[in-house]
Design a protein around this ligand. Sequence first.
Ligand SMILES: [Zn+2]
Length: 257
Amino acid sequence: MDFNRKLSVMLYDIDRADNLLLGAIGEALTESGALYCLDCSQIGETLIDAGESARYALFPTGGALLSGQIVFEDGATIEAALIGREGVVLSSAAMHPAPSIARISVLHGGHIVAAPLSVMRRACERAEHVRLAVSQYCDGVVRALMRATACASTHTLEQRVARRLLSIHARTQQTAIATTQEHLAGLFGVGRSYMNRILSVWRAQGVILRSRGALHIQNLRALQRLACACGDDFQIAGPAPATVFAPNGAGPLVVRE
Ligand SMILES: [Zn+2]
């Protein structure tokens, strides 16, 4: 993606609480330099490609959702992470430009706040609560990825697909999820017919509805019962922005005493 073309000085009145991590550290970031806003409306657009050196930390806000995909040598991709309003896409905890291990693309459109890594570094140098929040967030991501690895080799495909739909719903707060049977099959590395069987059963049970290009959650509780317990709920607790919860149920991130 051509950031020079898309980046603009913050024109939108984005509430920092629209991103839980930004809500906790946004003030220190804006005191350390200019942040930018990306208006990402094109679903599937690649923001950072695998191997590309990323110079910005990306904070999805509101219902914006990014997908982190591992790209294999034959061009196949498997989704490894979802990043929404709970967190940030940061290619290096040291906050120096480093090749991205994943392809980062838009799953649900919206506004994304881009913070240059130089601004992230300055804010970390100046404010301990920023250092703490970022390092704890990165720790949470590692724990979540370890849990996801264990999940992939233990839980059934049905459980994992249900979990993914719930993860998207938790971040976007929308029951309509833009995806297709083919797309889902590709993400989980299975055949379309296998995915079709799962979705057909769920439709017959009234769990979901299918429409062109989207799945609609009809019965949230039923979907929760179908999902494995590798939860990635996130929430903000206490007077914002006192505490931010890490992704994937890794526990609270206390960023300010
Ligand atoms: Zn699981």
